[in-house]
Design a protein around this ligand. Structure first.
Ligand code: URA
Length: 433
């Protein structure tokens, strides 16, 4: 078997065998296959697609390319993953809630890349918080306090790490078999028994329409079931940012406010949907509405906030920042984005908003870029809001005045207006089991 034959087969839209996919994954991970050969194969997969069996075989080969954890000693661990979005601070709020309900919360998260943010970058904006712990510390943390959030270890699905980074440099991210294999290989290797996936749909997501999001969901659920990990997908709206903040410490601040009971309506809907299904999978209640009430109870009585503080303290973070969010360092300039138009907001170019936030330093446009925790965007007006000219649409938080002014102009161009009434967006677009 050789890589040239495998590339040619996929180029000619033929089906790859399990052995061929194993050969590719093993030899690309260990460096025997070059980046340019892998890029050719990935591009051929992007263009010609894969059938369900090929996607499953690719996923399992990637999951087995490194360590496969077994978290069963912790009890019924339910993992959560998002397909990515703008202002998505859901993990920061949801996992402490889950832990406060007595469900082990053991999650490895990723960093932001391109227009989407990453939970690990957000956590690292809390001074001292260590995302780089080893597996035994991770497991001990969950045993001791019920929660640990860490970065993905080097040896967990290493094939995904290489393939994902490569896809990002050759414009091959938005592909159903490649996203499904990337996410499910990590989830299988991370060792949870059950999985809830937040599948984002819209202008700020990799899946731009419901049909593709449903196909991605069904593919991931099928792979999960095959790996004996019951999987549920919650389709969420990514046509506008989640909540009101985009950027690392800005999102931590919003998450802390949410755990203090001050939660934006869209954030609440998503938290309740994902959380109630996580509870169901963990065996903590079949009645979704009752589960939602229990979640609200642990927000209102501050048990979830308490759990977040325990998490921060246990991983070396300075809890005084959680007690007093005004301690987070601010960007040098906060520039209002003033509307020049009247009317209802009809749409927001959410992907562009993600790129504007990255260009301020909140995300990485290249893998090597350094993150600036302080910068980002706070959103004042979203789809369906009525706006008069001179009203403030958003604020740009920037350390550089000229970059901030340019970002403000670009952000204004992300808003489209209508004279007609526009309804507010729905945030939960479907549940697929
Ligand atoms: N998130 C992932 O982990 N992988 C993808 O391919 C897309 C989103």
């Amino acid at each position: 078997m050789n890589i040239l034959e495998i590339i040619a087969k996929k180029r000619d839209n033929k089906i790859l065998t399990k052995e061929e996919l194993n050969f590719f994954v093993e030899n690309y991970t260990n460096g025997n296959i070059t980046d340019y050969q892998a890029a050719a194969l990935i591009m051929a997969i992007y263009i010609n697609g894969m059938n369900y069996e090929e996607t499953t075989n690719l996923t399992l080969a990637m999951a087995n390319s490194g360590e496969v954890l077994d978290l069963s000693e912790l009890g019924k661990v339910v993992d959560k993953h998002s397909t990515g979005g703008i202002g998505d601070k859901i993990t920061l709020i949801l996992m402490p809630i889950i832990a406060s309900l007595g469900i082990p919360a053991a999650k490895m998260s990723g960093r932001g890349l391109g227009f989407t943010g990453g939970t690990i970058d957000k956590l690292e904006s809390i001074p001292g918080y260590n995302t780089n712990i080893n597996i035994s510390e991770f497991i001990d943390n969950v045993k001791n306090i019920g929660i640990s959030l860490m970065g993905q270890t080097l040896n967990l699905a290493p094939a995904d790490k290489k393939i994902y980074a490569l896809r990002d440099t050759i414009s091959c991210v938005e592909s159903i078999p490649l996203i499904a294999s990337s996410i499910m290989s990590k989830k299988i290797a991370a060792g949870a028994e059950k999985i809830v996936l937040e599948v984002t749909v819209g202008s700020g997501a990799f899946m731009k329409n419901i049909k593709d999001a449903e196909e991605l969901s069904k593919t991931m659920i099928g792979i999960g079931n095959l790996a004996k990990k019951e999987t549920i997908c919650v389709l969420t709206n990514m046509n506008e940012p989640i909540g009101y903040s985009i950027g690392n410490s800005l999102e931590v601040i919003e998450a802390v406010e949410a755990l203090n009971g001050n939660m934006k309506e869209d954030v609440k809907e998503i938290i309740l949907a994902l959380g109630s299904y996580m509870m169901m999978l963990a065996g903590k209640g079949e009645n979704i509405e009752e589960n939602k009430n229990k979640i609200m109870e642990n927000i209102n009585n501050k048990k979830a906030l308490q759990k977040f503080k325990e998490l921060v303290k246990n991983q070396g973070g300075d809890v005084s920042y959680i007690d007093d969010i005004s301690k987070f360092e601010k960007a040098r300039y906060v520039i209002p984005v003033v509307s020049e138009k009247d009317g209802y907001i009809k749409s927001m170019d959410n992907e562009k908003i993600g790129y504007i936030s990255s260009s301020l330093g909140a995300g990485r446009l290249k893998k090597e870029d350094k993150i600036n925790n302080k910068v980002g965007i706070t959103i004042n007006k979203k789809i369906g809001d009525k706006v008069n000219s001179e009203e403030i649409l958003a604020y740009i938080h920037s350390d550089d005045y000229d970059i901030g002014i340019k970002a403000a102009q670009k952000l204004k161009e992300c808003y489209e207006f209508s004279k007609e009434y526009i309804e507010k967006q729905k945030h939960i677009l479907g549940i697929i089991k």
